[in-house]
Write a protein that binds this ligand. Structure first.
Ligand SMILES: *[C@@H]1O[C@H](CO)[C@@H](O)[C@H](O)[C@H]1NC(C)=O
Ligand SMILES: *[C@@H]1O[C@H](CO)[C@@H](O)[C@H](O)[C@H]1NC(C)=O
Ligand SMILES: *[C@@H]1O[C@H](CO)[C@@H](O)[C@H](O)[C@H]1NC(C)=O
Ligand SMILES: *[C@@H]1O[C@H](CO)[C@@H](O)[C@H](O)[C@H]1NC(C)=O
Ligand SMILES: *[C@@H]1O[C@H](CO)[C@@H](O)[C@H](O)[C@H]1NC(C)=O
Ligand SMILES: *[C@@H]1O[C@H](CO)[C@@H](O)[C@H](O)[C@H]1NC(C)=O
Length: 833
């Protein structure tokens, strides 16, 4: 039996806490990007209550749908207390979600980020009786992997529709099938389910059980449902069934075995049919072959209903939906059809015939059977792109659902957003629908840097996967991400202290220099030809006058360039060092690594170690006073340090501060006071977001029980030097937040009163390897390191087959007449030359 800890989560009021540091009430809001920005692996509608629906994300928790198409996040209380290890906000990795069809207020999620050593904590089942407003927890005796390979299969957690005290949960990593008979409070191993992952050779850490689907029609209200289907991630027998409520199990005979994995098993109760999508990879990035099958429960007959034949497909299948109101109406998505765009099909005759969302009208012409509406997040399309076929329908489509109460309403998740609409029946009449981005409220980005330079826009951000943004209004989606150059994941941003409109950013590009410069606060950019596309990007610091760029790549030695001369190696600063520029003295840069502090007084050409910061073993961030030369602050694993002499000597801040991560300066209360310092620190033994207005003598906690921001070490923080009291927090999976003291002026009013002449320092030093836990388009997902890669092949890739991409180890040569074309950083494909 699992131990049931039944801890009440997120209900304690910090205002009454016993911590000695004071607290100040802050009002928190997401900075709106409006488009999600990350992978949505699961969408679940409650079949019995109209309008009750949820999504799960792989790094940012679950959300609940509102009647106006917006989403409400359900796990924002997650804080550092239990989960801060290797920058993993453990509870934000959601591997499965189940909504109770009987007591429709009940909701369950399986949480845990990684099953490998990146996340040392066991997984949990969180259960709610108020649709996710509050939760109770049962810790499981094994890990759960919400950001592991195969996270889009499912749902592997299910509530019995006839006796809702019964739940089944299918584990990863060889831990088998689990059952609860008390609404998820306690769990026991279903030992009669004897399939073991040992027979699954797909990954070194087995993905395990893919989905659990009750056949509601086999039972009657109040008694356990006898017939249960279970799909497992196995290239051989992969669909099992029980006819006695899970007491005994057998393989569903006749299942076709082509070496494919069953991603979804969706019941059409009125048809007594189970629909299954198969792909030859566990997802979410892969798949070159697969089928869609239906299993007729009354006859035991399996039928291949694939929209594309196995002989000619170059994708597998993921998302699968049935219209519960119209038996026989079903939809399915290619898991990944990278070129020219994702495919989704709809059938009105149980899969006998299909119509696609687009089709060729003689290459290169395409019939688009949809109107594309991204008014909620215009940046989802790159207006500067010259791609022949812009990707709009998406990629990584594992989640696809039709509202059980409204045949016109549908939703699907992609690697970057949620699409769907409210006129789905027009697919059948006019064969033309409006495809809308419907992710408002979902803010899933992994944030890497935030700056609000004096006199500039409200905020500049850089993020994983989606580049970064010039925010003219914190409550409205940006029109475009940073472009020209366009970077997917962006690693760093900084501004010049004496010329705050001068900005540098660094990020990955396969064609253009990985460093770019702006002289108008990031409105427009020029590539910095000091770098090339092969310069490894990383954190950056820009000298006070803006002439020199110091770059610490994510791998390799630091580099420096003045006036865009070719980057040269800085051998006297350790690789991976935290860096900052002095904000007033143009020739001075600072560095920190392994508890030691370094200074350069020759524009970054060479660094000298000045001091060791006590017994610190890490330097987490360096920040410089926005207008006082040589006034430097450093956070380390043992506390916070301050120097007023260019780092020649440091004083450790006392007052109970024993560790610090990202921090930054905000506008001072008066012109004679010191800037406010905001950041994640451990003060009096409690790790949280704090501010100090007197250089660290007194601290106030400004995070609270409902705004925990996940793991302290994964976040980036900066103050706002234009607006007293305002602070920005970038999370790893829950987007960007801004906070203002409760009761203060609304942000928009405050912004118009800015009078500051001071300015803030940049925030670029979170460990980049931790910030990319990733979820979308251009990510090189950290979790893919757990897959068992086959050895590098010398064979030829097939037409339309994969021929390259990050983590890919298959053939890279295309057949004659075909060339290997990079669609994005992790997928290249053989296309006709
Ligand atoms: C962190 O969350 C836990 C669980 O809700 C709560 O008890 C604790 O007070 C929170 N800690 C901080 C510092 O916010
Ligand atoms: C659960 O049962 C299965 C099948 O008997 C077994 O392989 C697995 O190790 C068990 N898991 C745990 C955590 O006991
Ligand atoms: C299942 O089989 C029965 C008997 O052949 C048939 O009438 C029914 O249409 C089938 N259902 C589906 C969804 O194919
Ligand atoms: C897909 O797999 C099937 C079964 O192994 C095989 O017959 C077929 O040729 C494959 N399709 C492609 C395009 O390789
Ligand atoms: C569907 O409607 C859109 C918007 O009106 C239009 O651009 C598109 O051409 C239509 N598709 C077809 C195939 O008629
Ligand atoms: C900048 O710093 C260097 C090194 O500490 C110092 O020699 C120089 O005088 C400073 N410049 C100014 C303008 O303060």
């Amino acid at each position: 039996m699992a131990r049931a800890t039944a801890t009440a989560l997120f209900v304690a009021s910090l205002m009454n806490s016993a911590y000695s540091a004071a607290s100040q009430a802050y009002t928190w809001k997401n900075v709106v990007t409006g488009g999600g920005g990350g992978f949505v692996p699961g969408i679940v509608f409650n079949p019995s209550a109209q309008g009750v629906a949820y999504i799960r994300t792989d790094i940012g928790g679950p959300y609940r749908l509102n009647s106006d198409d917006t989403w409400t996040p359900l796990l924002d209380g997650v804080n550092n207390s239990n989960w801060q290890v290797r920058a993993v906000a453990h509870d934000w990795g959601i591997d499965a979600l189940a909504t109770d069809p009987v007591d429709t207020e009940r909701l369950y999620v399986a949480v845990g980020m990684y099953t490998n050593e990146w996340d040392p904590n066991p997984g949990s089942i969180l259960r709610s009786t108020d649709k996710g407003d509050t939760w109770d927890e049962t810790v499981l005796p094994f890990k759960v992997g919400g950001n592991m390979p195969g996270r889009g299969v499912g749902e592997r957690l299910a509530v019995d529709p006839n006796d809702n005290s019964i739940l089944f949960f299918g584990a990863r990593s060889g831990h088998g099938l689990w059952k609860s008979t008390d609404y998820g409070v306690t769990w026991s191993n279903v030992t009669s389910f004897t399939w073991t992952d040992a027979s699954s050779t797909y990954t070194s850490d087995p993905v395990g059980i893919a989905w659990v689907t009750f056949d509601s029609t086999s039972g009657s209200e109040g008694s356990p449902t006898p017939r249960i289907f279970v799909g497992v991630v196995d290239t051989e027998e992969s669909v099992f069934k029980s006819e006695d409520g899970g007491a005994t199990w057998s393989w569903v005979s006749g299942e076709p075995m082509y070496g494919f994995l069953p991603h979804k098993g969706v019941l059409s109760p009125a048809e007594q049919t189970l629909y299954i999508s198969y792909s030859n990879g566990a997802g979410p990035y892969d798949g070159t072959n697969g089928t869609v099958h239906k299993y007729n429960i009354s006859t035991g007959v399996w039928t291949d209903i694939s929209p594309t034949s196995m002989a000619s497909t170059y994708y597998g299948y993921g998302g699968l939906a049935v219209d519960l109101q119209v038996p026989g109406t079903i939809m399915v998505a290619a898991l990944n059809c990278w070129w020219p765009d994702e495919l989704i099909w709809r059938s009105l005759d149980s899969g006998e015939t299909w119509s696609p969302i687009w089709d060729w009208n003689g290459y290169p012409n395409i019939n688009y059977y949809y109107d594309y509406d991204i008014s909620n997040a215009p940046w989802l399309q790159d207006d500067t792109s010259s791609a022949e076929f812009p990707v709009r329908v998406g990629w990584m489509v594992e989640a696809l659902a039709i509202d059980p109460f409204d045949s016109n309403h549908w939703l699907y998740g992609t690697g970057e957003t949620i699409y769907g609409g409210h006129d789905l029946l027009k697919w059948d009449s006019a064969h033309n629908i409006t495809l809308e981005s419907l992710a408002v409220g979902v803010e899933e980005m992994a944030v890497i840097g935030l700056i609000a330079p004096p006199g500039g826009p409200e905020l500049l951000s850089v993020v994983g996967d989606d580049g970064g943004f010039y925010h003219t209004d914190l409550d409205t989606a940006p029109e475009q991400a940073f472009h020209s150059p366009t970077y997917g994941s962006t690693n760093g941003i900084d501004y010049a202290g004496n010329n705050p409109a001068y900005i540098v950013r660094a990020g990955a590009s396969s064609t253009l220099p990985t460093v770019s410069l702006s002289t108008n606060f990031g409105l427009t950019w020029s590539a910095d030809y000091a770098a090339s596309s092969s310069t490894v990007p990383g954190s950056v610091a820009l000298s006070a006058n803006g002439d020199t760029v110091l770059l610490v790549p994510t791998s390799g030695s630091p580099l420096v360039s003045t006036y865009s001369s070719t980057f040269s190696t800085v051998s006297t600063l350790p690789s991976g060092a935290a860096i900052a520029s002095d904000k007033s003295n143009n020739t001075v840069f600072y560095g920190g690594s392994a508890g030691s502090f370094y200074i350069s007084t020759n524009s970054g050409v060479s660094f000298t170690k000045t001091v060791s910061l006590g017994s610190s073993t890490a330097v987490n961030a360096i920040r410089v006073h926005p207008s006082v030369a040589g006034d430097v602050w450093v956070s380390t694993d043992i506390g916070l340090w301050h120097s007023t002499n260019y780092g020649s000597s440091f004083t450790q801040i006392g007052s109970g501060c024993t560790a610090g991560w990202s921090f930054g300066f905000g506008k001072a209360l008066t012109t004679s006071s010191y800037p406010v310092l905001f950041g994640f620190f451990t003060v009096d033994g409690v790790t949280a977001l704090y501010k100090t207005e007197d250089e660290g003598t007194n601290w106030e906690m400004i995070s609270d029980a409902s705004h925990g921001f996940g793991a302290a070490s994964a976040n980036v923080v900066n103050g706002d030097l234009n607006n007293y009291g305002r602070v920005f927090v970038g999370t790893n999976g829950r987007g960007i937040w801004y906070g203002v003291p409760s009761g203060s002026l609304p942000a928009s009013t405050a912004a118009s009163t800015k009078t500051s002449t001071t300015h803030t320092s940049s925030t670029t030093t979170i460990p980049t390897t931790l910030a990319t836990a990733s979820s979308s388009k251009t990510s090189s997902s950290s979790s893919t390191t757990t897959t068992t890669a086959s050895s590098t092949s010398t064979a030829t890739a097939s037409p339309y087959g994969q021929c390259g991409g990050s983590g890919y180890t298959g053939p890279t040569t295309c057949p004659s007449g075909w060339t290997c074309s990079a669609e994005n950083s992790y997928y290249s494909q053989c296309v006709q030359s």
